[in-house]
Design a protein around this ligand. Structure first.
Ligand SMILES: NC(=O)c1ccc[n+]([C@@H]2O[C@H](COP(=O)([O-])OP(=O)(O)OC[C@H]3O[C@@H](n4cnc5c(N)ncnc54)[C@H](OP(=O)(O)O)[C@@H]3O)[C@@H](O)[C@H]2O)c1
Length: 280
């Protein structure tokens, strides 16, 4: 596959390539495309890598990196101050529009967190009660005004992978003998980094665009799923305690299901697959 990177037509810039999802996407794409990434926290590994640029969304102008990398695809997987993110995405959108390139934005199931009674589909109207959801909607709406072919919005539910911050946090709580918070009323779908990176690769290869709901095809209760994950750890008799958190009296859905923009079968997944892959 080595030759492919040179032949490939794309130059890809991943904002947040030092993070959990940005890093996983970088590792998936870097042997096939000329792939570049940004990191925020100083560290030797990234400083030495010529494909990585230090970038702080609150302080730096993203144009400088765009001018150097001249990407044909930008993937946004950053965190950081919300209003700084909105401004940076305005700049990205202008660059994408002017240069006729493509932007892949990682959004979240939280754009629907004000709806609690049903799972959500791609064309449903977004509505959120949370600051996080509001700001994702703001960026999504900005992008949805752009030519459809140039925009990909990936709405993700909670992502669980062996190295995901969520799993590492659970392991930390177990080690410190602290209770693990679970939400018994929350019905959700889930995904993992492994499937997400394959989905992104496919979307790039097939030049797909639009809004994608990238969650498992089945729904799980948050508490059941977390308990199943923990059951797969080798705990050597360590005891685990749970703290039930009830945010509403009734069941509440936070699930993004696909209906219109479907990916092929091998790129869909079930919650059981996520649990099996965690055991490997
Ligand atoms: N993980 C999930 O379950 C999930 C679910 C739905 C949506 N998402 C979305 O996916 C995206 C990536 O999430 P993640 O879980 O991979 O996050 P993460 O592991 O925390 O990575 C965040 C990335 O953003 C960078 N970053 C943080 N603060 C920054 C700042 N001030 N300026 C510039 N860069 C900054 C980090 O750089 P350093 O590490 O170098 O500081 C890192 O590369 C986010 O937009 C998130 O909303 C995640």
């Amino acid at each position: 596959m080595k030759g492919l990177a040179k032949e490939s037509k794309h130059r890809i810039l991943i904002l947040g390539a030092s993070g959990f999802l940005g890093g996983a996407i970088y590792r998936e794409l870097c042997s096939y495309f000329k792939t570049f990434g940004t990191y925020n926290t100083s560290n030797k590994l990234h400083e030495k890598n010529k494909h990585f640029f230090q970038y702080n969304i609150e302080e730096d102008d993203v144009y400088e990196i765009l001018e150097i990398v001249k990407p044909t695809i930008i993937i946004s997987a950053v965190r950081g101050d919300f209003s700084a993110q909105v401004i940076a995405h305005q700049h990205l959108a202008e660059y994408v529009f002017t240069n006729k390139i493509k932007l892949i934005f990682i959004s979240s199931a939280n754009v629907f967190d004000a709806y609690s009674k049903y799972p959500s589909y791609e064309t449903d109207k977004t509505l959120s009660n949370s600051i996080y959801g509001h700001f994702k909607i703001k960026i999504e709406n900005m992008l949805l005004r752009m030519p459809k072919k140039q925009i990909v919005i990936l709405r993700l539910p909670m992502v669980f992978g062996a190295q995901s911050p969520r799993i590492l946090e659970i392991q930390g709580h177990i080690k410190e003998k602290e209770p693990i918070e679970v939400f018994p009323n929350l019905i959700m779908n889930v995904t993992n980094d492994f499937k997400l990176t394959q989905q992104v690769h496919y979307i790039i290869n097939r030049n797909k665009s639009g809004v994608f709901h990238l969650g498992s095809s089945d729904l799980v209760h948050h508490d059941d799923f977390i308990k199943e994950i923990i059951a797969s750890f080798e705990l050597n008799n360590k005891t685990v305690t749970y703290k039930n958190v009830y945010t509403t009296n009734d069941d509440r859905y936070l699930a993004v299901l696909p209906k219109y923009n479907l990916l092929p079968k091998h790129l869909q997944l079930t919650s059981q697959q996520i649990l099996s892959e965690l055991k490997l």
